[in-house]
Design a protein around this ligand. Structure first.
Ligand code: GAR
Length: 208
């Protein structure tokens, strides 16, 4: 933890950054004992990185161009070390992390995914759910392991799929829940005792 007691969080994103903003706002309201010390993007033009700069949060762009996966990740890890990040929140970061990256932050990387995992991992999860004809979808915040959207689940929020939905309307309603679920999950992990047992994340009592 940093001297102020707030946990130092790095956010990785590839796009518009609404989940980054939701995390930042919840932290600013004092609801999550953490602060975002750096935003890292693999897409130099990501709107989320511009939003970070507007808020005075350092934004680091590490383009994948001309780099191997290892070199790319090493540069990101350098930025995280430079900003002394303790936790990493993936917020619309559209790349699978290597086992080496995951091992650099053991059980300290979170991801948000727009489906009720283990259903519909991977890209375009909202469309996958709609195409499949499910009557319920939702979002999942999970710890990141070496697999694709496969780590232990921290928080899930269901969202009904209605007859007049299309993939975009469903995605919009899921996104509203994402903005609640992500701060809730991080807060829970930072303020309660927990352990991972097999695939399950077990919470104990609130910390004093
Ligand atoms: C969110 O819906 C998030 O769940 C999804 O990307 C969107 C990012 O939006 N992530 C994934 O699909 C990861 N597999 P945002 O940039 O506005 O936070």
């Amino acid at each position: 933890m940093s001297p102020g007691g707030d946990v130092r969080v790095a956010v990785l994103l590839s796009g518009r950054g609404s989940n980054f903003l939701a995390l930042h706002q919840a932290m600013s309201r004092g609801e999550v004992p953490a602060r975002i010390v750096v935003v890292v993007t693999d897409k130099p033009k990501a709107a989320g990185a511009a939003k970070a700069e507007d808020l005075g949060i350092p934004a680091v762009a590490v383009s994948r161009r001309g780099l191997t996966r290892e070199q790319h990740e090493e540069r990101i890890l350098e930025a995280l070390r430079r900003h002394r990040a303790e936790w990493v929140c993936l917020a619309g970061y559209m790349r699978l992390l290597s086992p080496l990256f995951v091992a650099a932050f053991p059980q300290r990387i979170l991801n948000i995914h727009p489906s009720l995992l283990p259903a519909f991992p991977g890209l375009d999860a909202q469309r996958q759910a709609w195409d499949h004809g499910t009557s319920v979808s939702g979002c999942t915040v999970h710890l990141v392991d070496e697999g694709l959207d496969s780590g232990p689940i921290v928080v899930q929020r269901p969202v009904p799929v209605t007859a007049d939905d299309d993939p975009d309307s469903l995605a919009a309603r899921i996104l509203t829940e994402e903005h609640q679920a992500y701060p809730e999950a991080l807060k829970r992990l930072l303020t309660t005792s927990w352990e991972v047992e097999g695939r399950r994340l077990k919470f104990f009592e609130e910390r004093a």
